[in-house]
Design a protein. Structure first.
Length: 202
């Protein structure tokens, strides 16, 4: 009887430690140059902001680390401390979730390492690429003659519709996770009325 009781206690402790370990996260980050050493990176929640929910990490040897527990997935922003640094380092959207996460500050920053962060990075890269094409077309339209403008405007409208559909499909396919909900929130105003109804947007 004592052996069974002892085994049960040991098993409970093992399971407890295992459950707690599953909730831990580590964000390992890097910056492109050593002149950022000695500055801080802040991790700020995009929702329910309060000073108590802000974390910081010192940059040393061109790298920084955040560690902690993630009881549930939340989206945060990684931001360099000084305004001057922020011109060189693009803010990073990161899903704080259990696992090992890699963040890279650069002109176009990146995140990855866990399922939700990989998904968020994939969407970000698509948006940046499609925005680049759209801005390039807009510049060409501005410089074009009247006849060429008509053709380029048609291409711009087509590209806009393709992009909207892509954002909608991403939000729809990821509607149950926090990344899909985030995309729905920031892109929802551009969706068609049918798409809004399908996603339950008022």
């Amino acid at each position: 009887m004592r052996s069974i009781l002892f085994f049960s206690i040991v098993l409970y402790n093992v399971l407890l430690v295992s459950c707690n370990a599953d909730k831990s996260y580590t964000i390992t980050g890097s910056v492109p140059r050593s002149n950022f050493n000695g500055e801080y990176v802040y991790m700020l929640p995009i929702d329910n902001y309060s000073i108590g929910r802000v974390d910081s990490a010192l940059i040393a040897d061109s790298s920084f680390v955040f560690k902690g527990k993630a009881d549930s997935a939340e989206i945060y922003i990684l931001r360099a401390q000084k305004p001057l640094s922020r011109f060189d380092l693009q803010d990073i959207l990161v899903v704080k979730e259990a696992g090992k996460i890699q963040a890279r500050f650069k002109e176009r920053s990146s995140i990855g390492g866990t399922a939700l962060n990989d998904s968020l990075q994939k969407w970000k890269e698509f948006k940046e690429s499609s925005d680049d094409r759209f801005y390039k077309l807009s510049d060409e339209i501005h410089k074009a003659d009247s006849l060429t403008k008509v053709s380029l405007t048609g291409k711009s409208d087509s590209l806009r519709n393709v992009n909207i559909d892509a954002h909608f499909n991403f939000a729809k396919n990821n509607r149950i996770n926090i990344v899909g909900k985030f995309v729905k929130r920031i892109m929802g105003t551009s969706f068609t009325q049918r798409q809004k109804r399908e996603l339950g947007i008022e």
